[in-house]
Design a protein around this ligand. Structure first.
Ligand SMILES: [Zn+2]
Length: 69
């Protein structure tokens, strides 16, 4: 990690191997933080499935590092 966080960016814990998709239990690749509190973890497959809904909820989506598509 060489990036220096900007003062305005919220800080999220990185995803680890222990983080699992809330839907299927696969390794989580995406963390979605809801504006009204709470967060959801998704594997790539389930993130794609729920992406439209997350956008609708104005969720902040944080992708795991090294998983750029
Ligand atoms: Zn899943």
């Amino acid at each position: 990690m060489t990036d220096i966080a900007t003062t305005t960016a919220p800080i999220y814990l990185p995803l680890t191997a222990a983080d699992r998709c809330d839907r299927c239990g696969a390794a989580a690749k995406v963390r979605a933080v809801l504006p009204k509190g709470g967060e959801l973890l998704f594997c790539r497959h389930h993130f794609n499935e729920h992406e439209a809904r997350l956008v609708e909820l104005s969720a902040t989506v944080v992708e795991a590092e090294g998983e750029l598509v």
